[in-house]
Design a protein around this ligand. Structure first.
Ligand code: CUA
Length: 155
């Protein structure tokens, strides 16, 4: 009967779409390195401003081409607002918020995560090409949300 043939074709199509999606997922995670940012710790948002390393946010060099950027998000700015790194630098970002939920999106990279008060989010990225990347808050965080931005300069 015709109906059976259609049903079979439809089932095959569903299976093919599933395989395609799993393939896309595998390619994104294994091939492109896209994954969820790691939650690496907790910090009390009430005392974060006096808790190391958040009392002194900034960029630190750990070795040749290895950096660590401790960044504090706060309505409505990042601290520090700009980081300067050489081409080829691998930077591990440690980011938290002192108040509400913010975003952390470095334009032109896959670095894009939410910044939650009380949680430390960690993400590592290698900047292979010279240029300037805007750092944008992409979570609505109040009246000054549209002003909340920073810069990553690679030279
Ligand atoms: Cu911070 Cu929007």
């Amino acid at each position: 009967m015709n109906a059976e043939r259609y049903e079979k074709a439809f089932l095959l199509l569903c299976g093919a779409v599933l395989v395609l999606f799993m393939g896309a997922l595998a390619y994104a995670t294994l091939g492109m390195g896209i994954r969820l940012p790691g939650r690496t710790g907790v910090v009390d948002p009430k005392t974060v401003l006096t808790t190391p390393p958040w009392n002194d946010p900034g960029l630190r060099q750990l070795g040749p081409d290895r950096y660590e950027a401790v960044i504090l998000a706060q309505a409505w700015r990042y601290q520090p607002q700009e980081i300067d790194i050489p081409v080829g630098a691998t930077v591990t970002f440690h980011v938290t918020s002192a108040d509400v939920i913010h975003g952390f999106y470095i334009e032109g990279t896959r670095v894009n995560f939410m910044v939650l008060p009380g949680q430390i989010t960690e993400e590592t990225y290698t900047f292979d090409e010279p240029g300037e990347h805007r750092l944008i808050c992409d979570e609505y965080c109040g009246a000054g949300h549209h002003l909340m931005s920073g810069k990553v300069v690679v030279r």
